[in-house]
Design a protein around this ligand. Structure first.
Ligand code: GLN
Length: 446
């Protein structure tokens, strides 16, 4: 723990961490030592971990990178945090991200952008930019992150680390600061799939306090590691490899496909044409849910409160205006619009119907393949400021949002570097609850 704290201090300029409290980390490390001495340790006791600042924590501030929650201290730990804490994992602090997890480059954090350790000009990806940057720079051996429409997978690809978004409903959402509740999923980032496999088993599980939590028996996600790939069927969705895809990304993914073929997998030519509607559907659904979720920040119950207000209306208006950044405001407005009378049927209801079509298309596909291989992003990490127009940023999510809309487990696995030295990732998607299959495939390649 002390070694990681030293590295965090030495690489402060990455701005990966928003809250570090060495005395608290060392207190947890000592408690882990005591457990080990008493012979009560589990496999994760004493292993350090850092948490995205979307998870609420008792000992560290929980801000969602928003001024609205500046200095906010939660009275309880998120279920994901408390499950790992009870295993004896030692928390290193809280990680930078886009405000309320809205973004793809970590440029929307109130507390400053986070840097990509590979290249100071390159974005680390987002919204879990801090988790990605911290793992890539080895400031933490593993980190939690959240994925609503790609926020684990895209930053993992941009920083050359492994990221897993489990099946929706498998990890608890309790204590994850809400963005879009039907999509928000907790997951992990680490150097390798085998690291994720060991921690995931202790992170997921039924939570009676989360109404969408899935009640399934505990599972050993390491069981597929090292297993033969012979006979596994891997689908390659044709239209996802169109000319919009960067050539170097395509060439790297082709190498992974060849690797799987050489190791006995059957490569299946297929397509997922409806998934191209994913971006518009996602931004209608996610903004609609965000507009509802963020209505709780009214300056009255908790969070930022504007000073010297004369009326209740002014208090709410000014608190929200001063406390929320540009991207959450934009999404609240889009969401309120698509939910309003007269537009609800045209936008929100229509989006829900297409969401179902996308999910059905995947379900049909998984009747004949075990996994789907695709790009994570249309290119490698771009430069800061390059996608400052929100629509161009939204369009970059085309490969990640379909699995989110369908609630599927999905991974980003490092698979090479572009000629400018920036990492490339490949995306693997499986049917619901097939995380062990994904981890097996990722681990075989690694
Ligand atoms: N880039 C997407 C967005 O801005 C995804 C974010 C996420 O998964 N939290 O909404």
């Amino acid at each position: 723990a002390q070694q990681y704290l030293d590295r965090i201090e030495a690489h402060k300029d990455l701005n990966a961490f928003l809250d570090v409290r060495p005395e608290e980390t060392l207190r947890q490390a000592e408690a882990a030592d005591a457990r080990i001495a008493k012979g009560e340790a589990g496999p994760l006791t004493g292993v350090p971990i850092a948490h995205k600042d979307i998870f609420v924590t008792q000992e560290w501030n929980s801000t969602a990178a928003s001024r609205m929650l500046e200095g906010y201290r939660s009275p309880f730990d998120a279920t994901v945090v408390s499950k790992l804490k009870s295993e004896g994992m030692v928390c290193l602090g809280k990680l930078n991200c886009d405000e309320f997890a809205m973004g793809s480059a970590n440029e929307n954090s109130t507390y400053g952008k986070c840097f990509n350790p590979w290249d100071p000009q390159a974005v680390p990806g987002g919204s879990s930019g801090g988790s990605a940057s911290a793992v890539a720079a080895r400031l933490a051996p593993i980190a939690t992150a959240t994925d609503t429409g790609g926020s684990i997978r895209e930053p993992a690809a941009f920083t050359g680390v492994t990221g897993l978004k489990p099946t929706y409903g498998r990890p608890s959402r309790l204590g994850m600061i809400a963005f879009a509740s039907s999509l928000d999923t907790a997951g992990l980032m680490a150097p390798a799939a085998s690291d994720i496999a060991s921690v995931l088993s202790k992170m997921v599980g039924f939570d009676p306090k989360d109404s969408t939590s899935v009640d399934l028996p505990a599972e050993d996600f390491t069981r597929g590691l090292g297993k033969d790939l012979a006979g596994l069927r891997i689908g390659v969705p044709r239209s996802w490899f169109s000319d919009r895809l960067n050539e170097e990304v395509r060439a790297s993914i082709d190498k992974v496909i060849a690797f799987y073929r050489d190791h006995g997998a059957v490569i299946v030519d297929m397509d997922l044409p409806t998934a191209r509607l994913g971006v518009p559907v996602y931004y209608v659904v996610a903004c609609a849910e965000a507009s509802s979720n963020l209505s709780r920040y009214d300056g009255i119950r908790y969070g930022y409160r504007a000073k010297d207000c004369k009326t209740m209306d002014e208090l709410i208006r000014r608190s929200r205006n001063e406390g929320l950044g540009a991207e959450p405001k934009r999404r609240i407005m889009i969401g309120t619009y698509v939910l309003s009378h007269g537009y609800y049927d045209a936008y929100y209801l229509k989006a829900q119907k297409v969401r179902r079509l996308i999910a059905d298309e995947f379900r049909t596909a998984f009747a004949s393949v075990d996994a789907i291989i695709s790009p994570v992003a249309p290119g490698v990490a771009y430069n800061f400021g390059e996608k400052s127009d929100p629509v161009s940023a939204y369009l970059g999510d085309l490969y990640t949002v379909p699995a989110s809309l369908a609630g599927l487990p999905c991974m980003s696995v490092p698979c090479g570097f572009a000629s400018n030295g920036r990492p490339i990732g490949v995306q693997l998607t499986a049917a619901p609850f097939q995380e062990a299959r994904l981890l097996q495939l990722a681990d075989a390649w690694q």
